[in-house]
Design a protein around this ligand. Structure first.
Ligand SMILES: C[S@@+](CC[C@H](N)C(=O)[O-])C[C@H]1O[C@@H](n2cnc3c(N)ncnc32)[C@H](O)[C@@H]1O
Length: 273
């Protein structure tokens, strides 16, 4: 008979606090003290995979193995995303790009700062193609995330029918190849998206800018004011004058807006020269 799987012990407060501190240090994600149950639930699969029953033993492993910290971040962070999430942003993006293009701009640099599994950068890419045509313009979309698992999905660019249901049918046909069970992003779109691992809580970032547009949506909610302010200052530095920043619907930047003007809720612009 196979040996029974070890049953995990409870997550005690001290171990939880140490894990929280590690998560904060590695990602800026601020797990509140009330998240103990959530963390225990999310770690339980990881502990089973490793054959560990004890959270203290897991903490010891985290302290000696930086790769395991990446697994921890994957376990505690939320990758929820979708194509054309907050669709209004993509209408504003299209108008802005059109204006720049009409003024003669040929090179475009955009950034999806917490790109998760790729739906956001590929939605940006589709919007660019629909607005500017391809391959007339030189356009790159940097797609960064802290999660290696999410970045691998972005790189693969393969989505279920359920996920692509949010893409308008005409665009689905133009930009995806339907296989038996999956929809594969076409190479033309893939070539525009550059996935990279980046921790948003550790500016300055290696990009030089200037960036035309930054999407930093549904990630700042996990950060405290210190991390959020430093991130916003860095995004502002990287944006070109007049460039746009889009944030998530639950993210208000009130009081942290040096150099950015609010155009409408969740939409900001760097002050022009
Ligand atoms: C809820 S998803 C948002 C995805 C997408 N921006 C959207 O709005 O649909 C949050 C993403 O932020 C990433 N994340 C969390 N902390 C991060 C950090 N410090 N640096 C970079 N990405 C981070 C997570 O891995 C996750 O993929």
């Amino acid at each position: 008979m196979p040996a029974p799987m070890p049953t995990e012990t409870d997550l005690d407060q001290e171990t939880f606090d140490a894990i929280r501190a590690l998560v904060y240090q590695a990602s800026g994600i601020n797990l509140g003290p009330h998240k103990l149950t959530m963390v225990r639930a999310r770690l339980s699969k990881r502990l089973r995979t490793l054959g560990l029953s004890d959270h203290r033993a897991y903490l010891a492993l985290l302290r000696e193995d930086s790769d395991e910290v990446i697994q921890l971040l994957d376990a505690v962070s939320t990758n929820v995303t979708s194509f054309f999430r907050e669709a209004i942003h993509f209408g504003i993006l299209a108008d802005y790009l059109q204006g720049l293009h009409q003024a003669g701009q040929q090179r475009f640099r955009l950034w999806s700062a917490a790109s998760s599994t790729g739906e956001e950068p590929y939605t940006i890419a589709m919007t660019v193609c629909e607005t500017l045509g391809l391959p007339a313009s030189d356009c790159k979309i940097l797609a960064t995330d802290i999660s290696t698992r999410a970045l691998a999905a972005c790189r693969a660019g393969s989505y279920t029918a359920e996920r692509v249901a949010a893409v308008p049918p005409a665009l689905r046909q133009r930009y995806f190849i339907a296989n038996k069970t999956e929809f594969q992003v076409r190479d033309e779109l893939k070539r525009m998206v550059v996935p990279r691992r980046l921790d948003l809580s550790s500016p300055p970032f290696p990009m030089t800018g200037p960036l035309d547009v930054v999407f930093c949506r549904n990630v700042m909610i996990y950060f405290d004011n210190t991390v959020r302010s430093a991130l916003l200052a860095e995004i502002t530095r990287l944006l070109r004058p007049g460039g746009y920043l889009f944030v998530g619907h639950a993210e208000s930047l009130a009081g942290q807006l040096s150099g950015l003007q609010c155009v409408r809720p969740t939409v900001y612009r760097k002050a022009p020269h």
